[in-house]
Design a protein around this ligand. Structure first.
Ligand code: ARG
Length: 562
């Protein structure tokens, strides 16, 4: 039970007519802690009880069950609750130690299915730093929702269809060389693609050739099909290396090509509902009523578009997974696109159109500069992760030359640092990336949190990893209270992160707890032999558990030693 629920429980005998939800909604956290840890305002009862709020507070306080509180007092139109810190703290520690993995999780999801469409890179292009955002925000949301008892289906909707593959095929047919591609698949394909784009202005026939190749692909031409399959395979192989480093595992790689085979149903439905309107030889859906640009459904040459594929995808997912939510983790620049997609589904008569949610995020810049694939100015995510691991390895060699498994730890720290940096800011904000900042052991970094936990673990190791069965977990003294209070708020942090689909709320929580712990560590003699020692060690253990769980929800590993 969290602290707020304890307040609600205390209020129930005084206000039996109000539900738990109603009471919970009214309980506040006073800004100034001289007004207690929680407060209950009585203004809203004045009407029904025909009394002044002050008088109501006086009357109610008599009936409150004050067990577990240091005191419960009236202050004007408020009832202020002062927690009995010692017993509240002991309860929190007990709950964490009893079940560290489930501590803080509630059952918001009731086992409902949520599909998360994330990462979703386009094939034949390298995964750039830009893809890290979608990949890790999506993965982390998945982990947070699983904590809240949602069933998560992870989907990598590969961008493996569209006119650009026609272009790539045309380029490959002109300049391609199988040996060269095999040596460095994605970069070589990218090179061809950049070249045909650069030269297309002077050679309009290149654009023409690209269009022809895509038409061939759409009509099942054998050579086009074989090339496409090959491009896809070698791309996915490379992507998989990055996913393995990030420990991200998808349930499905059905991408645009898969949906391109399922066009008939959405197109027929659009026709039946009279939603398709001709426009300059093409077919569109009018979204004037939504103040949206009309999306192009079928092009003048008969080929389908990105949104048509997404309509088929949406129908397929609803049928296949029966989701209660369907999330799309895609950059903010596609905001209007998702409005269009939802509006078309709504027009088609699907009541579940609003289960779709665009989980938007801000742009990642690199050392202050924007990245662009088309201009060939990309930084490969794999390279950045490898560099980060190298940097972490150097720092570990300096800090802890005797570490037993330095390479393994360097991987956890280096990769974790990059992920943490990506996730610690509110997801809708942009992120600037600078490797040296990211791998620091001080400041608001992943390594800082990992290090705090490793420090906790080293204390516990010194004591032979104590067990706390039947131990008295009562902590006296004020130093422990900020940590205990923070530990008690873990569930709230998870809940807010789940409701807002925002991993940064967990990231900020982890930073705050690590900071609290470092403070405590600096000012308290944890291992001194007195009657409080067991409880202090239990606190250290609880911090280690919760930091590990918080990091895990971000997809960051927690080394026991570093
Ligand atoms: N491949 C797209 C891109 O790189 C993202 C796909 C997002 N998912 C979707 N169902 N449209 O921008």
């Amino acid at each position: 039970m969290d602290e707020k629920q304890q307040v609600v429980k205390a209020l129930q005998p005084a206000l039996p007519d109000l539900t738990v939800e109603e009471l919970t909604a009214k309980v506040e956290r006073p800004k100034d802690n001289k007004n207690g840890d929680y407060a209950f305002p009585t203004f809203f009862l004045a009407k029904t009880m025909h009394k002044a709020p002050q008088a109501i507070a006086q009357e109610l306080v008599e009936k409150i069950d004050d067990a577990g509180f240091e005191k419960v007092v009236v202050a004007g139109p408020y009832i202020n609750f002062f927690l009995d810190k010692a017993s509240v703290g002991a309860e929190i520690l007990k709950a964490i130690l009893a079940d560290p993995e489930n501590y803080g999780s509630k059952d918001l999801g009731h086992g409902g299915n949520v599909t998360i469409d994330y990462s979703s890179p386009n094939i034949a292009k390298p995964m750039s730093m830009g893809h890290l955002r979608s990949t890790m925000i999506g993965e982390s949301i998945g982990r947070i929702l699983e904590k809240e008892n949602y069933k998560v289906i992870r989907i990598d909707y590969l961008g493996d269809w569209g006119t650009q593959f026609g272009k790539l095929m045309a380029a490959y047919k002109m300049w391609g060389n199988e040996e060269e591609v095999k040596k460095d698949p994605i970069n070589t394909l990218l090179k061809y693609y950049v070249r045909i784009n650069n030269e297309a202005d002077e050679h309009p026939e290149y654009t023409e050739a690209g269009r022809d190749w895509f038409a061939k692909l759409e009509h099942g031409d054998e050579e086009a099909w074989q090339l496409w399959k090959w491009f896809r395979e070698i791309s996915l192989e490379r992507f998989q290396r990055v996913y393995d480093m990030l420990d991200v595992h998808f349930d499905s790689f059905h991408g645009e090509a898969f949906s391109a085979q399922k066009m008939d149903e959405p197109i027929q439905l659009l026709k039946d509902k009279g939603l398709l309107k001709p426009s300059r030889g093409a077919q569109i859906v009018d979204l004037d009523a939504y103040n949206l640009v009309p999306p192009l459904i079928i092009k003048s040459n008969g080929t389908t578009t990105y949104i048509t594929r997404d309509l088929a995808t949406a129908l397929f997912r609803k049928r296949m997974y029966g989701h209660v939510k369907s999330l799309y983790v895609v950059g903010a620049e596609q905001e209007n696109y998702y409005k269009q997609l939802k509006a078309v589904l709504k027009e088609m008569g699907f009541t579940w159109w609003d289960q779709l949610e665009h989980i938007s995020f801000g742009l990642m810049t690199l050392n202050g500069k924007k990245m662009s694939t088309r201009k060939g100015n990309v930084v490969s995510l794999e390279d950045v992760l490898n560099d980060s691991v190298k940097l972490a390895r150097e720092q570990i060699t300096q800090k802890n030359p005797n570490l037993k498994n330095p390479d393994e730890v360097a991987k956890m720290v280096g990769v974790g640092a990059v992920i943490f940096h990506d996730l610690k800011n509110e997801r809708t904000n942009g992120v600037n990336f600078n490797l040296d900042e990211v791998v620091k052991f001080e400041g608001e970094t992943g390594p800082y949190v990992q290090y705090a936990r490793a420090r906790a673990m080293s204390i516990l190791r010194k004591e032979g990893m104590p067990s706390f069965d039947g131990a008295d977990l009562t902590l006296t003294g004020a130093e422990a209270w900020p940590i205990l209070k923070r530990l008690g708020q873990f569930g709230e942090a998870i809940e807010r992160a789940a409701n807002n689909y925002d991993p940064s709320l967990v990231g900020k929580y982890a930073l705050a707890l690590a900071k609290d712990f470092n403070q405590y560590y600096a000012h308290t003699r944890i291992l001194v032999d007195d009657e409080g020692k067991q409880a202090r060690l239990a606190l250290v253990q609880a911090v280690a558990h919760v930091l590990k769980q918080a990091l895990a929800m971000l997809g960051v590993k927690a080394p026991d030693e570093m």
